[in-house]
Design a binder for this molecule. Structure first.
Ligand SMILES: Cc1ncc(C[n+]2csc(CCOP(=O)(O)OP(=O)(O)O)c2C)c(N)n1
Ligand SMILES: CC(=O)[C@@H](O)[C@H](O)COP(=O)(O)O
Ligand SMILES: [Mg+2]
Length: 627
C-alpha cells in the first residue's frame, strides 16, 4: 500500500490532507529521515525537531509564491521532502547529489541559499521591502533557531524590521540547543518565557479580556489596553520582541500541528512584523537523537537500532591534536584562554572547557564578538586562542584586521576545517583564508604538514608576541607518531623535506604530503622532484625562494586554497618584485569558482589536487617547459 508520503510531491499535495493524515505523515517523514540519513549522514536532529512546523508552514502558506528563508538551512530536509526532492535523499550531501542546505539552483522552493547562520531575518526583510516597493502581496517567512538568534546579524535585522513595520513573519524555533547547549542572556530570557507558567496564564487572561472588548465598549477597551501596557513589562512573554516592533506570539508547542496551523493562519492575516516563538525538541521521535542532540546535530552514517555512529579509522583528527596540545600548554600557562563561537566540540575545546571552565568562553554564534573580546583580553595580558572554522572566521575579517592585527595583539587564531570540508559543500569549504588573511600586516600565518607540526605551531604561536593564524584541515591527520617534545619553529623558515633536481614543489599544509606522494609517481617516470614544506604563508621564506629559483627552472606551488590571492600568488609576487628571471612558476590550487560538495578525497581528485593529479600536471608542465 502506498504511504501518504509517497503521494506528496509538492506542497499543494498537503492541502487536501486531514489533520489525522498529517499526523501519520509526520511519522512517515521521521521514519524516512532516520533511515535515509543513517546511510548518507547529515543534520538529523535539527530536522526531526521541525517536522510538524514545516508541515504547518507548507499547509498554511503557498510556496514558492510565499517565500521561506531557513536560517543556516541545516533544518531544511523536511522542506526538501515536501517540495519534490524525496528521491534525491539517497544522494544527500554527496558529490553530484542534493545539498544539505537550501540552494537556489536546486529548487524554486529554495528562494534563498544559506549555510552560515543568522542571515534569515535580514534576507526576509529585504524580500519584504522589495515586495512592498513592487506592491506584491506574498508572505515572507524567516525560520530561525534559538542558537542562530545569538548571532549579531539577527539583532541588526530585528532592529531594522521592527522599525520598518513591514509585513513579515519570523518563526523562532526554540529547542534550547545550538550545536551544544545554547548559551547567553537571550537564551536565558527564552528559557524564562518557556518555563514561567504565570507569564502564560496572565497573558491568557488579558487576551480574554481584550477579546470581549467589542461587547463592553470603547472606554473599557482603552482601560484594558492601558492595563495591558503597564503590565506587559512584567507579565507578557516576549516583551523584548514587542519593544523591537514585533508582534510576539507564543510560546507555542512546535509539535502540535493543529495549534501551529491555527497560529500561522492568524499571523497570515496580521499586519507588521510578527515573531512566533515555537518550542520544539531537537531530535524528536528518535531516542538516540533526543538523548544526544549534539551528537546527532550533524552526524555520519549510523546504526539505526543502537544509534552508534559508524567509525572510519582511529587516527586522531587535527581538531583533537589541537585541543590536546592547547590543554597541555594551558596547564603550564595561566594566561591561555580559549574562545569558541558555538563550536566547543567541533573545535576540540570540550576537554579544555571541562578542565578550565573559567578560562573557556563560548560566545554563541558570534565570531565577531569572539575576536574583539579576545583583543580585549590580550590587552590585559592574557593569551587568547580563538578557535573558529575557517569559513566562519570570514565573518570576523574586520575584527581580525582592525582589533587584533593593527594593534599587534598576541591572539592565536586556530582555523579548523581549512580547505575542502567535504559534504557541507560550498558554504563551508575553508578555501579562502590564505587570501583573506595574507594581506593583513603583522599577522603570521602557518599551516602544518602533519599532526606534529600542528603541535609545534601551536607552541610556537603561543610564544610569539603578535597575532598568529594556524589553519588545518577537517578530519584525521596522517597518523604519524606523536613527538613528546614541543619545538619552537623559527618564524618564516621553510623546510626542504625531499630533494630533487628537475622540479621543485613549494607546498603548504595538507599539500606537502600529497606532493611527497606525487614525487614518488614522478620518480618512477624519471622526473626528480624536490618538495619544500613552506610552513609559513606569511612571512614567506624569501631566502628559500631565492635558493629554489637559483637551482630550478620549474617551480610548482601547491595549496588547498583558492589560487586567487593565495600562497602561490605570494610566491609569484615575490619573484616578480625581485626581478628574478629564468624560472617558470605553475600554481596549483582551486580555481576562481565555488567548489561543490563531495567527499574531500573526491573533490581533491576532481581538481587534480591528489597525488596522481599533481604528478600528471607536473609531468606535462616539465615536458612543456623542456620543449
Ligand atoms: C556563522 C556560523 N557560525 C557557526 C555555524 C555552525 N552552526 C551551524 S548550526 C549551529 C547551531 C544552530 O543552532 P539553532 O539555530 O538553534 O538550530 P538547531 O540546530 O538547534 O535547530 C551552528 C553553531 C554556522 N553555520 N554559521
Ligand atoms: C550546519 C553547520 O554549519 C554545522 O553543523 C557544520 O555542518 C558542522 O560541520 P562539522 O561536521 O565539520 O563539524
Ligand atoms: Mg536550537
Amino acid at each position: 500500500m502506498k504511504t501518504i508520503l509517497e503521494a506528496i510531491n509538492k506542497p499543494q499535495d498537503l492541502k487536501k490532507l486531514s489533520h489525522e493524515q498529517i499526523k501519520l505523515l509526520a511519522e512517515e517523514i521521521r521514519h524516512f529521515l532516520i533511515c535515509s540519513v543513517s546511510k548518507t549522514g547529515g543534520h538529523l536532529a535539527p530536522n526531526l525537531g521541525v517536522v510538524e512546523l514545516t508541515l504547518a508552514i507548507h499547509k498554511v502558506f503557498n510556496s514558492p509564491i510565499d517565500k521561506i528563508v531557513w536560517d543556516v538551512g541545516h533544518q531544511s530536509y523536511v522542506h526538501k521532502v515536501l517540495t519534490g526532492r524525496r528521491d534525491g535523499f539517497a544522494t544527500l550531501r554527496q558529490f553530484g547529489g542534493i545539498s544539505g542546505f537550501p540552494k537556489i539552483s536546486e529548487s524554486v522552493h529554495d528562494f534563498f541559499g544559506t549555510g552560515h547562520s543568522s542571515t534569515s531575518i535580514s534576507a526576509a526583510l529585504g524580500m519584504a521591502l522589495a515586495r512592498d516597493i513592487a506592491d506584491d502581496k506574498e508572505h515572507i517567512l524567516a525560520v530561525i533557531g534559538d542558537g542562530s538568534l545569538t548571532g549579531g546579524q539577527a539583532y541588526e535585522a530585528l532592529n531594522h524590521a521592527g522599525h520598518t513595520g513591514t509585513n513579515m513573519i519570523v518563526i523562532l524555533n526554540d529547542n534550547e540547543m545550538s550545536i551544544a547547549k545554547n548559551v547567553g542572556a537571550m537564551s536565558e530570557y527564552l528559557s524564562k518565557i518557556r518555563t514561567e507558567p504565570k507569564y502564560t496564564k496572565i497573558k491568557q487572561d488579558i487576551e480574554f479580556l481584550l477579546r470581549r472588548i467589542p461587547a463592553i465598549g470603547e472606554s473599557v477597551a482603552k482601560t484594558v489596553e492601558r492595563v495591558k501596557d503597564s503590565l506587559r513589562y512584567l507579565l507578557v512573554p516576549g516583551v523584548l520582541f514587542e519593544e523591537l516592533g514585533f508582534n510576539y506570539i507564543g510560546p507555542i508547542d512546535g509539535h502540535n500541528f493543529e495549534l501551529l496551523s491555527e497560529v500561522l493562519e492568524k499571523a497570515k492575516k496580521m499586519q507588521g512584523p510578527i515573531l512566533i516563538h515555537v518550542l520544539t525538541c531537537k531530535g524528536k521521535g528518535y531516542k538516540p537523537a533526543e538523548c544526544n542532540p549534539d551528537k546527532f546535530h550533524g552526524v555520519g552514517p549510523y546504526c539505526i537500532e543502537s544509534g552508534e555512529v559508524i567509525k572510519n579509522g582511529n587516527t586522531p583528527t587535527y581538531t583533537a591534536i589541537f585541543g590536546e596540545t592547547l590543554l597541555h600548554l594551558a596547564k603550564q600557562d595561566k594566561r591561555i584562554v580559549a574562545i569558541t563561537a558555538a563550536m566547543p566540540e567541533g573545535t576540540g575545546l570540550k576537554k579544555f572547557a571541562a578542565e578550565f571552565p573559567k578560562r573557556f568562553f563560548d560566545v554563541g554564534i558570534a565570531e565577531q564578538n569572539a575576536v574583539t573580546m579576545a583583543a580585549g583580553m590580550a590587552t590585559k595580558g592574557m593569551r587568547p586562542v580563538v578557535a573558529l572554522y575557517s569559513t566562519f572566521a570570514q565573518r570576523a575579517y574586520d575584527q581580525i584586521l582592525h582589533d587584533i592585527c593593527l594593534q599587534k595583539l598576541p591572539v592565536l587564531f586556530a582555523l579548523d576545517r581549512a580547505g575542502i570540508v567535504g559534504e557541507d559543500g560550498p558554504t563551508h569549504h575553508g578555501l579562502f583564508d590564505y587570501s583573506y588573511l595574507r594581506h593583513i600586516p603583522n599577522l603570521t600565518i602557518m599551516a602544518p604538514k602533519d599532526e606534529n607540526e600542528l603541535r609545534h605551531m601551536v607552541f610556537t604561536a603561543l610564544n610569539t608576541n603578535g597575532p598568529v593564524a594556524i589553519r588545518y584541515p577537517r578530519g584525521s591527520g596522517l597518523g604519524v607518531p606523536i613527538d613528546q617534545s614541543l619545538q619552537q619553529l623559527t618564524i618564516g623558515v621553510a623546510d626542504e623535506v625531499k630533494n630533487g633536481t628537475n622540479v621543485a614543489f613549494l607546498a603548504v599544509g595538507s599539500m606537502v604530503e600529497t606532493c611527497i606522494e606525487a614525487r614518488e609517481i614522478l620518480a618512477s617516470e624519471g622526473i626528480l622532484a624536490s618538495v619544500i614544506n613552506a610552513r609559513f604563508i606569511k612571512p614567506l621564506d624569501e631566502q628559500m625562494i631565492r635558493k629554489v629559483c637559483k637551482n630550478f627552472v620549474i617551480i610548482i606551488t601547491v595549496e588547498e586554497n583558492v589560487l586567487a590571492g593565495g600562497f602561490g600568488s605570494s610566491v609569484l609576487e615575490y619573484i616578480h618584485d625581485q626581478n628574478i628571471g629564468g624560472v617558470n612558476v605553475l600554481r596549483l590550487g582551486f580555481p576562481d569558482q565555488f567548489i561543490e560538495q563531495g567527499a574531500r578525497k573526491q573533490i581533491l581528485a576532481k581538481y587534480g589536487l591528489h597525488a596522481a593529479g599533481i604528478a600528471s600536471t607536473a609531468k606535462s608542465y616539465v615536458q612543456k617547459i623542456k620543449v
